[in-house]
Design a protein around this ligand. Structure first.
Ligand code: SF4
Length: 327
């Protein structure tokens, strides 16, 4: 690990003042410290933000508000999150081991770097690590890689589970710099790789993610996160879906729906066409299968991940059956 300065401010203003080009904010450290050990990230200064007043999980008329320093396990366990937005709790609990969930912050989860193995292997080409060097995944082992939103420069999946649920729920993230405070829809926060896969999101130099807000959605109490992976714990998604259904139980129809996918896209992937195909239709298996049919049809697959579009559709139907019933 390279030498670095270390500061531990007590206010957001002081933390922003301590930050400079080449510095990094430290929260739970579950990504940053790993990458510093590998010398993949070499900040000249580490600004420990754990003393900042960026905690709190509250629900009011504006929705659910979560401070960036809240730990994943605390958010997952929170009674209001579990009852009002179960897909958030489920996505968090399926994300990582309990030890990591106890350490990792919500802000850090949303900003975590890719889990593409080539990114962390300094002996291979990776445009995200070293722009212009190439992408070893295109000709290498691609089972875990994306099939939606990819480019010739990068095919890495976005690793966050909870970001998938948050995109389905139209969550917004709050960002602060010395110059301004701004709020960005999480769906717009993440960038497609294009020709610049090293630029993963809209966060500007020296800017701090201070929290997130999920707008009110009363029917999100009927929601679920379903994650398909190679083993039952501590593994990233091959495909996942976050689904919420607003059911008219008297008529047996779907009034509204939210659907997003993970494990298949270079960023959390909202499936708006699927949502439209569900609304107004009977809550029945035939509806779910018809709605899921176009999901992933524009996928660009690689030799080892050709199964992903079909897996996405099956995962989606399974989640819809679990929430809405078969007929
Ligand atoms: Fe690097 Fe992206 Fe290619 Fe992985 S998929 S090797 S992160 S450029």
């Amino acid at each position: 690990m390279r030498p670095y300065d270390f500061t531990r401010p007590r206010s957001v203003g002081a933390a922003l003042g301590d930050a400079h080009e080449g510095s990094a904010f430290l929260a739970g450290g579950t990504t940053l410290v790993d990458l510093m050990k590998l010398e993949l990230m070499t900040p000249s200064r580490v600004v420990d933000i754990n003393r900042l007043p960026l905690r709190g999980i509250t629900v009011d008329r504006g929705g659910l508000h979560v401070g960036a320093l809240e730990r994943m396990s605390d958010v997952a366990d929170h009674q209001d999150v579990r009852s009002r937005y179960p897909m958030i709790s489920q996505a968090l609990e399926l994300s990582a081991s309990p030890q990591i969930r106890n350490m990792a912050s919500m802000g850090g989860n949303l900003l975590q770097r890719t889990r593409c193995g080539y990114f962390r292997d300094l002996t291979t080409a990776c445009n995200k690590r070293e722009p212009g060097s190439g992408c070893a995944a295109l000709t290498g082992h691609s089972r875990m890689h994306a099939v939606l939103g990819t480019s010739d420069a990068c095919v890495a999946t976005h690793p966050s589970d909870v970001a998938v649920a948050l995109v389905a729920l139209d969550a917004r993230v709050h960002l602060e710099s010395l110059r301004e405070k701004r709020t960005v829809a999480l769906a717009d926060f993440y960038r497609l790789p294009g020709h610049t896969p090293q630029v993963e999101n809209e966060l500007r130099a020296g800017e701090l993610l201070t929290g997130l807000t999920v707008p009110p959605l009363p029917w999100a109490s009927r929601s679920a996160y379903l994650k398909i992976r190679d083993r039952r714990s501590y593994e990233f998604a091959l495909a996942s879906v976050a689904v919420a259904l607003d059911l008219d139980l008297d008529r047996g129809t779907i009034r509204d729906a939210r659907v997003a996918a993970g494990g298949v896209g270079t960023r959390p992937w909202r499936l708006e066409a699927v949502e439209r195909a569900l609304v107004g239709r009977p809550a029945a298996l035939a509806t779910y299968e018809a709605a899921a049919a176009p999901a992933g049809e524009d996928a660009r697959t690689l030799p080892h991940n050709m199964f992903k579009p079909a897996l996405l559709r099956r995962t989606l139907v399974r989640a819809l059956v679990a929430l809405g019933g078969r007929s």
